[in-house]
Design a protein around this ligand. Structure first.
Ligand SMILES: O=C(CO)COP(=O)(O)O
Length: 151
């Protein structure tokens, strides 16, 4: 079984759509002491707002619609993100809906922790595993990679 090792210090990506930014920033401020123990990433606008409320450095990527969601997806595929807190807006279509879907898909494909609402984020952040190393089991894609493509 292939696994991915998560260190005690997790690499967490935080992302929120515009109507959900207030909720995410409020949640992050409330949990700032715990979040400061981890390595934080965020899409551009979310990251700028976060830095003011969380006493910790934030790796800011591009704004979501300009490629930030895809950058997080790439980091997931490279094994460089452990967890996403993604407060996406269920009441509004986004110009980059395909990117949002792709990001959620990669999180599932790579068995990444993902919270899409505040309650789930609360349960994840208060898990005893947040302070411990963890071996995440990965789906075996070798059959897919070795599939025969007729020439
Ligand atoms: O659109 C987003 C996620 O899909 C968030 O991007 P921003 O944080 O740059 O607003």
């Amino acid at each position: 079984m292939q696994t991915r090792s998560l260190a005690a210090r997790k690499r967490i990506a935080l992302v929120a759509h515009d109507h959900k930014k207030g909720e995410l920033i409020d949640w992050a401020h409330y949990n700032r002491d715990v979040l400061a123990q981890h390595e934080l990433y965020a899409t551009g606008t979310t990251g700028t707002l976060l830095e003011r409320k969380v006493d910790a450095p934030v790796h800011k990527l591009l704004s979501g619609p300009l490629g930030g969601d895809q950058q997080i997806g790439a980091l997931i595929a490279e094994g460089r993100i452990d967890m996403i807190i993604f407060f996406w807006d269920p009441m509004e279509t986004q110009p980059h809906d395909s990117d949002v879907k792709a990001l959620i898909r990669l999180a599932v494909a790579w068995n990444i922790l993902i919270a899409c609402n505040r309650s789930t984020a609360d349960f994840i952040l208060t898990s005893a595993l947040m302070k411990l190393p963890y071996e995440a089991q990965l789906t075996d894609y070798s059959g897919y990679l070795k599939r025969i493509i007729p020439e």
